[in-house]
Ligand binder design. Structure first.
Ligand code: GLN
Length: 484
């Protein structure tokens, strides 16, 4: 059976295949088995996925209207609660924990007929850029098994890259959807802050975290966004309006909009971003050449100065580690998850032992760093300062989008690097997030589009961003650029 190239094609296929959902699930289950070495899945829900597929096939045969994601085979990063299923955030400290409720996104996926096929490996508590921080082993990039898939949603990216599911959900606090999408040659969307409910998402840094979507086509990603976005009484940070991502041509099957394919955009890029010494020169050339082509096609392209560029990564790491040190305080071994085997300990010693044994190195590093920047003597010098910089970034960003529709940057400074290359140098690892953390600091939506192949054989793309709550325009732009 051919792989299903888009949700729309799949739904066409279902019209002539009475047991099409069951066939699709069998296809993906065998792909997952054949590719077990990639370690993209921590758990596969084979029996229940087959059962749900059979039930959906039956519904369709009896004339029940199809949901927007009818039979669509989805995988979830191991930070999203799926009731009665194990949920570990890639950490030992949550080993054996089962989710006791559905995340809002899971409720919404299921209500539109999606089939959840499994739980994806990820960096522990979504902290990392390579998936090497998982307590359950690294994930391999299917394009080159000696390279990382990116992180922290590495398993979810590889699941789509290697055709182990149709679409998947990850989370993006500083790039964890866009960067692995870039390393794997697929599409990765981080919606703007407040677009999708975080209820049921394990928190890393709550004022940055967003659930994001991996897919192979822009219309697939748009359709999933349409389903999972929107207000939620369990998350007061979500915007009241749902994301309008399918305009009037949706009915004609053309979302996110055939009539938008000719729109001309005002596009900006940061000079400091493309001139950055860390950016692979071949990637720089490819992106500049593509911008030139867009200009010839009638879009306006302008390089703009962004003097705050060098402050972005430090600001991100001060604020996110501060939030993480607070969010992760709840993992104490008392109520759930891992508990030290040592007995007869005094309470403080019990916490220390449990947390020392349960958390991995990177998570500990960040809790320490976050606790430090929040400590009385250093609070103003680090935390307050970083918050001030964040405010400046937001103000500056609002001004940019007064004059431009789209901001373009690379997604990552290099293509996927060899496994182990940056593990002993956390600063080098953090600096590789230079292009992605900006969207999280300012709350704007960003997408990584797989447009190129490097001479080293690895894929890479560009990142496009737009103003807050403007996902429709971002998806229309992306759709247009992916057609060329
Ligand atoms: N690589 C970044 C970090 O380690 C991003 C993580 C994320 O988006 N969850 O913090």
């Amino acid at each position: 059976m051919d792989k299903f190239t888009s949700i729309q094609d799949y739904h066409r296929f279902l019209a002539s295949h009475a047991d099409g959902c069951h066939m699709a699930v069998r296809h993906y289950l065998s792909r997952i088995e054949e590719n077990a070495n990639l370690n993209a899945f921590l758990e596969v829900f084979a029996a229940e996925a087959l059962q749900r597929a059979a039930a959906l096939d039956e519904e369709r045969r009896s004339g029940v209207a199809m949901g927007k994601l009818h039979g669509v085979v989805v995988a979830l990063k191991d930070v999203i609660s799926y009731k009665d299923h194990t949920l570990t955030a890639g950490s030992r400290i949550l080993s054996g924990f089962k989710a006791i409720y559905h995340a809002t996104v899971v409720e919404k996926l299921l209500a539109e007929g999606a089939i959840i096929i499994g739980r994806n490996n990820c960096d522990e508590f979504a902290m990392g850029s390579t998936n090497e921080n998982s307590a359950y082993g690294k994930v391999l990039n299917a394009r080159d098994l000696t390279r990382v898939p990116g992180g922290s949603s590495g398993g979810s990216a590889v699941a789509v890259q290697a055709d182990l599911c149709m679409v998947s959900l990850g989370s993006d606090t500083g790039g964890s959807v866009r960067q692995p999408a870039d390393f794997c040659g697929i599409i990765g969307l981080k919606p703007g802050y407040g677009r999708i409910s975080r209820y049921g998402l394990i928190a890393y840094a709550s004022s940055f975290d967003q659930i994001g979507i991996f897919g192979r086509t822009v219309p697939d990603v748009a359709r999933v966004l349409e389903v999972i976005s929107g207000p939620d009484e369990f998350d007061s940070t979500v915007a009241r309006s749902a994301a309008v991502v399918s305009d009037k041509s949706h009915a004609a099957g053309g979302q996110p909009g055939k009539d938008s394919l000719n729109r001309k955009y005002r596009i900006a890029y940061f000079k400091e971003g493309l001139d950055h010494p860390g950016l692979d020169p071949e990637m720089r050339e490819a992106i500049l050449e593509r911008l030139g082509q867009w200009e010839s096609a009638g879009h306006t392209i302008q390089a703009i100065d962004f003097k705050l560029f060098d402050y972005i990564v430090p600001t991100y790491y001060v604020l996110t580690t501060a939030e993480a040190s607070s969010n992760l305080a709840r993992f104490d071994g008392v109520r759930y998850g891992y508990r030290t085997a040592s007995r007869d300990l005094e309470l403080t010693e019990f916490y220390k032992r449990t947390r020392s044994e349960g958390f991995g190195r990177e998570v500990k590093r960040r809790i320490l760093l976050g606790t430090f920047v929040l400590s009385a003597g250093y609070y103003d010098a680090y935390f307050t300062k970083a918050q001030q910089v964040r405010r400046l970034l937001v103000e500056h960003t609002d001004l940019i989008f007064n004059d431009f529709d789209i901001l373009v940057l690379p997604t990552s400074p290099t293509t996927a690097f060899p496994i182990g290359e940056k593990m002993s140098d956390p600063i080098a690892m953090y600096l590789a997030d230079i292009y992605t953390v900006y969207a999280n600091l300012t709350g704007i939506p960003g997408i990584s589009l797989p447009l190129f192949t490097h001479t080293n054989g690895m894929p890479f793309g560009v990142q496009a961003m737009t103003s807050r709550f403007n996902e429709l325009s971002l998806l229309q732009f992306s759709h247009q650029m992916m057609q060329q």
